[in-house]
Design a protein around this ligand. Structure first.
Ligand code: F6P
Length: 513
């Protein structure tokens, strides 16, 4: 959507810091610094290192108004049919609103199964799911491991047999439960993994009727595959996979950290909902973060975004964010079905910054391609063993945070004595006091809004994912061909030769003396 204010922005490019005004000048401007810092309680969002002037920010806010970002956000929160292609609402925020029946019902059904599984003496849970049925729960369980009080949760997602094999090899079937998580309950990898695990339970003569649960928006399909009502945790079709960690899809997290911890994560997410609904546009943190993504991608042509949490517990946050942004906004058709003539979602990549700065930061600092970086970190460490040497814990964590700030400032200011460090490389710095279920919920909800609001700026439907289907359909056709159920005219020449290699290998393995 080339909004009228968008044209004005393009013409303002001569003011950006790389054209005369330096980043150092901008960072010294106190008024600008105040305008580019936001807060949600102890969570501070610092956009001062973004290469944008106050006038350009003012024009960006005009784009947000023309794109009706807040109107579209209210429509989503009011349960309107914002997913126009699938004729569905997007209800994930309702799951963290205690006044919504959807939220209470979701927590209640999880809590009842939690009590029941614990009463069975379950020590380990295999969580089978992929994409949005895996990335959110796996990230949250990993991030909140110091809050672990329940059974160990093991995540198996791909059809690579080694993943399920390595997982089951460590477990005792008599004290293991399984969650089969799939919104559609048709995803081949998930159903195949379910089959392999059920074979494992059967080989151990385990009655699984009270410890294998289906978590799905398609209970009918789950019943066709043998699940009874009491073994199904249903969720609403209006919950998108990549937005579903707040729902029963997050049951593995409640098993791991308990119902109070899960409720705290919901509350943290809801705090962002309340901020979004109460803060004026120019103080609205996700609106301004979305505008920065729009500014970098669609105005300045920066087509990637690095995401570097300076907290090793948040190392899986990148994978969750990649699906959230790239599956929501990696599109070239707008919500009305028109082709867009500008770039939309950036390529999201990254890793925990403590490692990342020793991996891809050469590119971030000196590539001809400028990549905005999002830095985020809690200011206090979260230790699983409180007996670690407190002086060293404090010193090491201080060094971690100082590294993050040094990287952000080195990117922004460069080195006047070295033309290889030009400065003016943008970043956002987000900090909060300490990682907890509540503060993790805030971070997740914040970036959900950044994605949906960026989608509004680009005129997209951020809630469907038509682009994932073609590869899946071809994979199913290839399986039919491989099994001799269909002709091989679909195959390219090189694929055909690999088919033959695969078959010869398989025959040689199965015919091994
Ligand atoms: O292929 C992409 C996708 O459809 C994601 O959108 C989804 O999160 C994932 O596959 C798993 O789908 P399901 O939860 O239906 O198994």
């Amino acid at each position: 959507m080339a909004w009228p204010a968008y044209q004005k922005l393009l013409s303002s490019l001569s003011d950006t810091p790389s054209h005369g005004v330096t980043m150092g000048d901008l960072l010294e401007d106190r008024d600008r610094s105040e305008r580019l810092q936001f807060a949600i309680d102890d969570m501070q969002i610092d956009l001062t290192r973004q290469t944008v002037t106050q006038d350009q920010l003012h024009m960006l806010l005009q784009v947000a108004k023309e794109a009706e970002v807040m109107q579209k956000c209210h429509a989503m929160l009011d349960g309107k049919m914002v997913n126009t292609s699938e004729k569905s609402p997007a209800l994930h925020a309702h799951l963290r609103d205690p006044s919504q029946p959807l939220a209470q019902a979701s927590v209640d059904i999880m809590a009842s199964h939690l009590d029941r599984l614990l009463s069975l003496g379950i020590t380990d849970v295999v969580s089978v799911g992929i994409g949005g049925s895996d990335l959110g729960p796996a990230m949250a369980v990993s991030a909140l491991s110091p809050y672990q009080q329940g059974p160990e949760i093991h995540f198996v997602s791909t059809i690579d047999p080694s993943q399920m094999g390595d997982c089951l090899a460590m477990l005792d079937p008599s004290t293991t439960a399984m969650l089969v998580i799939s919104k559609s309950f048709t995803t081949p990898e998930t159903l195949a993994n379910m089959t392999m695990a059920m074979r494992w339970f059967d080989d151990a003569d385990i009655d699984t009727s009270d410890r294998v649960l289906a978590i799905t928006a398609n209970p009918k399909k789950a019943k066709e595959l043998g699940f009874v009502d009491d073994a199904i945790l249903p969720f609403d079709q209006g919950i998108g996979g990549r937005y579903s960690v707040w729902s029963v899809v997050g049951f593995g997290l409640m098993l791991a950290i308990g119902r109070a911890g899960f409720r705290a994560m919901l509350a943290g997410g809801h705090a962002v909902d309340e901020h979004v609904l109460s803060a004026p546009l120019y103080q609205n943190a996700p609106v301004n973060l979305a505008l920065m993504r729009y500014w970098n991608v669609s105005v300045l042509g920066r087509q990637a975004e690095a995401f570097c949490p300076y907290d090793q517990r948040l190392d899986k946050l990148d994978a969750w964010l990649q699906q959230l942004e790239m599956e929501s906004n990696g599109k070239s058709m707008d919500a009305s079905g028109n082709r867009v003539d500008y770039f939309t979602a950036p390529v999201m990549f990254g890793m925990a910054g403590g490692n990342g700065q020793h991996s891809f930061f050469q590119h971030i600092h000196q590539s001809a391609m400028v990549t905005p970086v999002t830095f985020l970190a809690p200011l206090r460490p979260l230790m699983s063993d409180a007996n670690m040497a407190a002086d060293l814990v404090a010193d090491h964590h201080d060094q971690l945070i100082l590294n993050m700030l040094a990287q952000a400032d080195a990117l922004a200011l460069g080195d006047a004595n070295d033309p290889g460090f030009s400065g003016g490389r943008p970043s956002t710095v987000i900090t909060w006091l300490q990682l907890s279920p509540y503060t993790l919920g805030r971070v997740l909800a914040l970036f959900e809004y950044v994605t949906t609001m960026s989608g509004s700026l680009w005129g997209l439907n951020s809630f469907d994912q038509p682009g994932v289907e073609l590869g899946k359909i071809r994979a199913k056709n290839y399986l039919d061909i491989y099994k001799g159920k269909a002709a091989d005219d679909l195959l390219t020449a090189t694929t055909k030769s690999l088919f033959h290699q695969l078959k010869e290998l398989k025959d040689s393995l199965t015919n091994k003396p």
